[in-house]
Design a protein around this ligand. Structure first.
Ligand code: SF4
Length: 481
């Protein structure tokens, strides 16, 4: 069985998208660079679609951006406009046929689509398309959106989007390519991010600002929930195609997913994560000798915790940055080796110390418990875990791979019980109020989805999708993007 043992304790990332209209530029190469900067959002497959206005070329494969696109490949992708995608998926659906972008013929021409998020009404939409004679080459919900757009009778893609987007339920930030335009569109809650950038006199779209920075683009604005943005020879044009609901950006973008150098809702994520650490120090002071991060995602918060508490900051775990994301599930006796392949303890910094270890989240607890053991074996006197999110209690239906509810370590347990199970000296989770305050944006009601902590899903989730049995039976049918 292939699974990712080394990332068991953080929710798994989602996908990254990029789109660019720039006839005078090497659009494939710029898209390659942007995807490279969005690589943290998905490491299983990568793809680029380009067009010169006459023909469409799509290149997509399993692997990292740098593995999928070499110089030769980029030179074989001439075009005036392009879209690109990096993908994370669950085990079992990780296949080339699910890699994006998806291409379809439409109105005597073509479209290509790439999507970040997860629809919650894929089954219903797919059934109606199958009845109309559509054939699907993949199990992805993105192909369902592409098929809905492909079959729409309007010649104008904007009119097609006006009809199709309101039929989609769930989380989606998508980019679309036609023969002469690129288009971005975002769900009515804005669960997944999408930003508009300007490079020279041209415009582009990216999941995060890190995808703009790398190509020298500057941020114009974040697309608002329910908007579409059409980019063509005349510049860009934004339309509100569905009524905007309350903004519900996935709060895990702030906690963990997005790069710390990205900006969302006007905040740098480095700053927000540092404030989460400060807030943790206020909520859960402890006498200790050293504040240390679980690298890399705990670093910003650990610096904040150290600054607010006055306890020195230092590294205790050295991360092997060259380890791949996928790891063959070893026998239990060699699991600890798996952890050591990724994190090696810095014994001289640990021995005899009372440690505050800062991390972003705990899902199952498998990796965290192994890390706590490694620290004690290296001579730590105490290990106090400080987590920059509240306990995860509810599954995500919007495209984030977490686990089933009964697999969450916090499900049905007190914090003390979690601490005992992790064999830590103490555990403290950041409060929801503290988390929202640290974002610098607003509270859950005004700005974020925090459903995996509260169970309050912004966009209704059909009852059958909530049942693990249904999800297991459809594991190969509905693919996370
Ligand atoms: S349920 Fe959790 S992981 Fe999913 S979108 Fe909401 S906040 Fe993000």
């Amino acid at each position: 069985m292939m699974r990712n043992l080394l990332h068991d304790d953080s929710p798994r990332d989602e996908c990254g998208v990029f789109a660019l209209y720039a006839p005078e530029m090497d659009v494939a190469r710029l898209t390659f660079f942007a995807l490279f900067a969005l690589q943290h959002r998905g490491q299983e497959s990568a793809g680029i679609a380009v067009t010169d206005g006459a023909k469409l070329i799509v290149h997509k494969e399993m692997g990292l951006v740098s593995q999928v696109f070499q110089e030769e490949t980029l030179q074989s992708l001439p075009g005036r406009l392009a879209i690109g995608h990096v993908r994370y998926s669950t085990t079992g659906s990780s296949e080339t046929r699910n890699a994006q972008p998806f291409a379809r013929t439409r109105d005597g021409s073509f479209i290509a689509l790439a999507h970040n998020g997860n629809l919650v009404n894929t089954d219903e939409l797919r059934s109606s398309l199958l009845k109309n004679g559509h054939v699907f080459e993949s199990t992805s919900d993105t192909e369902v959106i592409a098929a809905l757009l492909a079959e729409h009778p309007s010649h104008d893609i904007r009119l097609a989007l006006r009809d199709v987007v309101p039929r989609l339920r769930g989380a989606f930030s998508a980019v679309l390519l036609t023969k002469d335009e690129v288009v971005g569109f975002r769900d009515p809650y804005g669960i997944r991010p999408l930003v508009l950038g300007r490079v020279g006199d041209r415009y582009c779209l990216a999941s995060e600002t890190s995808g703009l920075d790398i190509i020298g683009a500057r941020l114009v604005q974040e697309l608002e929930p329910g908007q579409i943005c059409v980019i063509n020879e005349d510049g860009y044009h934004i339309d509100q195609v569905v009524d905007r609901k309350r903004s519900a950006l996935c709060v895990f973008e702030f906690i963990y997913f997005a790069r710390p150098d990205s900006v969302m809702k006007g905040q740098t994520l480095y700053g927000a994560r540092s404030r989460m650490g400060r807030q943790l120090a206020l909520e859960s002071p402890v006498e200790a000798d050293l504040v240390s991060p679980v690298p890399d995602t705990g670093i910003c918060a650990a610096t904040g915790y150290a600054a607010a508490s006055g306890i020195p900051y230092g590294e205790t775990l050295i991360k092997n940055r060259y380890i791949g994301r996928t790891f063959i599930d070893p026998e239990p006796q060699v699991r600890r080796l798996g952890i050591r392949m990724k994190f090696n303890p810095l014994t001289s910094a640990i021995k005899g110390k009372r440690l505050v270890m800062v991390d972003d989240s705990i899902v199952r607890g498998t990796t965290t418990r192994a890390l706590v053991r490694v620290l004690f074996e290296a001579g730590a006197k105490e290990v106090h875990l400080r987590i920059t999110s509240p306990p995860i209690l509810y599954p995500c239906f919007y495209g984030i791979d977490m686990a089933d509810q009964d697999e969450f370590i916090a499900f049905g347990k007190s914090v003390e019980e979690v601490s005992r199970e992790l064999e830590a000296t103490s555990v403290h989770y950041l409060s929801l109020e503290g988390l929202m305050k640290a974002t610098g944006v607003g509270d859950e009601e005004s700005g974020f989805c925090a459903a995996c902590f509260t169970g309050k899903y912004p966009c209704e989730v059909p009852e059958k999708l909530r049942s693990s049995k249904f999800r297991l039976e459809h594991a190969g049918d509905v693919t996370k993007a």
